[in-house]
Ligand binder design. Structure first.
Ligand code: ADP
Length: 612
């Protein structure tokens, strides 16, 4: 008899093998294998579920005996509290609290009560002891686990002490009751430890597989990125090499255009990677500036006009008349989403196809549940922008993977058409940061429709800057001779960078004096502070870097040193880099590669600010 009882845990452990697991998984998978719950929560659910069945079994065992109504009451209370625990912790996301309730309930309430009510040392208490220890081990980690184990062992000792010194507090069991209680205890423990260990192993394997998949996706992604960057790089280096032997200017020009194209493509790839890493690190920041919605759409279309004409695409643009003219928001990021989708539509639609962009004002929109969708205030308009094409379409299987970062829809398409596979992931994350989403409907061979939803705060017309010209137009129009009679100190360790900046700025008439590191810059400025109207400062340089040089210049005992505009001109383009430049005392930040319009505008603003 004893042997049978003792072997219960093992029997149930064996039962807890695959067949039993299948059964459990089928009905209980929702609680345990679901990805939407954190790992901890799934372990908690699993323990609670097994605890639930164990309590039911033990209730029936005691019902057979019918000797101890109090113990039966405890079991009923256990069943009810376990059910409540699962429901409450899942519904209100209280898994951490749930863990504590389970541990406290099992080890510090249930265990002593069972001990006192079931004949103390003469019952199946050793099985309950193992059960309680396992609960602490499974649910707690680190120091908490050690402290709780120690407390539990102290509790056990107190119980044993009571049994030995004050046996009158222990409810005595008959031999028959002892057997039944031991059977119940071992059954419960076996039932608990068997399935839980098997399920835990499966859970760990599942997590491991997920981590493997993530790291292999990252590996594939890096390989793909390397390929994406090498392709334009190859075009640049190769074309530069052949261009050396060009004989006439026209041929030379065509090589240069090819290099420019490849470089722009390369910059696009780098920007995508940068955007994605910003998004992954939760550092995507959106501006809140007024912009004209229609102009934004028109400028995106303008950029793609050449490709559209080249492929003889028929393009239609509809903008709902009810959409307000001006919104507050991040014009550039919204334009980036539309540009991504439009360039995909152009890329994946054969010649003579049609593409439609339609923007509609929605009255309401049921946002799907997603942590990345940022809730926005109710005063926003919900704008739906559909970009529909008659292109090659996307299969359902591909659609499910389209928006994942580090994964591409179809490796063979990407090889044929190029692209990083990040565009859609980035677009969707930006749209979600704007309180909306990007979704797709598509049929293979018939075409695709990408729908963007964003929530934007409408603005009155008069919040726009007075000049209706765009910044770029303004910068370009007045560039010639704009900075004549002005002198700038250009600090950069690379000669090629100095040459590029000089060539770009030449039309503006800005006089440049060069310094090749921070130390030289400080010395040049100290020698003749009033000679410089402006400093253009690289950051990473051998010897003294740009931050330090700026700090030293700002500290000089000269009023002009504190006011002279210093603009960072650097390939460090992360927000932290910009913040660091500003902290060191610079006035503005320009990212490399330089965009001449931006350079001119930034210099102009800095000079205006200093003058005003
Ligand atoms: P990429 O920069 O490579 O284009 P995206 O994330 O923008 O990356 O797109 C990922 C993939 O989705 C593309 O490689 C392509 O297979 C598919 N795709 C995107 N847009 C379309 C479209 N309009 N028609 C067909 N396939 C598309």
């Amino acid at each position: 008899m004893i042997l049978i009882i003792e072997s219960f845990p093992y029997t149930v452990s064996l039962l807890g093998g695959d067949d039993f697991l299948e059964l459990l998984r089928k009905y209980l998978a929702r609680f345990v294998y679901t990805d939407t719950l954190p790992f901890d929560a799934r372990v908690l659910n699993m323990i609670c579920l097994v605890g639930f069945f164990s309590a039911v079994i033990s209730f029936f065992l005691h019902a057979i005996e019918q000797s101890n109504l109090f113990t039966m009451g405890i079991k009923v209370a256990m069943v009810v509290s376990i059910v409540l625990l699962i429901v409450i912790s899942n519904r209100f996301n209280l898994h951490t609290q749930g863990k504590w309730v389970t541990v406290t309930g099992f080890c510090f309430i249930f265990f002593p009560l069972i001990f006192l009510q079931n004949g103390g040392l003469h019952s199946g208490i050793s099985a309950y002891f193992v059960l309680s220890m396992s609960v602490i081990f499974l649910l707690m980690t680190g120091k908490t686990r050690i402290v709780l184990l120690a407390l539990f062992i102290i509790t056990t000792f107190i119980c044993y002490y009571v049994d030995m010194v004050h046996p009158q507090y222990i409810y005595p069991l008959s031999d028959r009751q002892q057997y039944i209680d031991s059977a119940g205890a071992y059954l419960i423990t076996g039932f608990f430890i068997g399935p839980v260990s098997v399920m835990l192993r499966k859970l760990y394997m599942l997590e491991e597989k997920k981590a493997d998949a993530a790291s292999s996706a990252k590996g594939d992604f890096l390989a793909q990125m390397s390929h994406e960057m090498r392709t334009p790089m190859n075009a640049i280096i190769g074309t530069a090499a052949i261009s050396k032997s060009a004989t006439d200017l026209e041929e030379y020009r065509s090589y240069m255009l090819r290099i420019e194209d490849a470089s722009k493509h390369l910059l696009g790839v780098i920007n995508d990677i940068l955007d994605m890493s910003k998004i992954e690190a939760g550092k995507l920041e959106l501006l809140e500036e007024p912009f004209v919605f229609g102009d934004m759409v028109a400028s995106v279309v303008g950029i793609h006009r050449f490709r559209l004409d080249e492929k003889h695409h028929h393009l239609e643009v509809h903008i709902d008349k009810r959409i307000p003219r001006v919104f507050y928001g991040d014009r550039q990021r919204l334009a980036q989403i539309i540009a991504n989708l439009l360039s995909n539509a152009v890329k994946f639609t054969p010649d003579e196809g049609s593409i439609t962009i339609s923007a509609t004002l929605l009255d309401n929109w049921e946002a799907p549940e997603d942590e990345n969708i940022v809730p926005v205030s109710d005063e926003t308009c919900i704008i739906l922008i559909d970009i529909t094409d008659t292109g090659i379409g996307i299969s359902e299987e591909q659609q499910s993977r389209l928006f994942r970062s580090f994964e591409q829809a179809n490796n063979s398409t990407s090889r044929e058409y190029g692209g990083t596979g990040l565009g859609l992931a980035i677009s969707q994350r930006i749209a979600r940061a704007m309180g909306g989403d990007v979704t797709v409907e598509s049929r293979l061979g018939e075409g695709s429709c990408f729908s963007v939803i964003v929530r934007l705060r409408p603005a009155a017309d008069d919040v726009l800057p007075v000049s209706h010209e765009s910044d770029e137009q303004r910068a370009r129009k007045d560039m010639t001779g704009l900075f004549a009679n002005r002198t700038a100190l250009l600090v950069d360790d690379l000669k090629i960078n100095c040459e590029i900046a000089a060539a770009l700025l030449e039309p503006t008439g800005l006089d440049l004096i060069f310094a090749s590191n921070g130390q030289e810059a400080v010395e040049a400025f100290a020698a003749e502070p009033d000679a410089f109207d402006l400093i253009l400062m690289d950051i990473q340089m051998p010897g003294m870097d740009g931050y330090e040089a700026t700090r030293r210049i700002r500290k000089m005992d000269n009023p002009h040193a504190r006011r002279v505009p210093i603009i960072a001109m650097t390939a460090n383009v992360f927000k932290e880099d910009v913040d660091k430049s500003l902290e060191s005392g610079m006035d503005a930040h320009l990212g490399k590669p330089l965009n001449i319009d931006e350079v001119v505008k930034t210099i102009q603003d800095a000079l205006d600010k200093q003058g005003g």
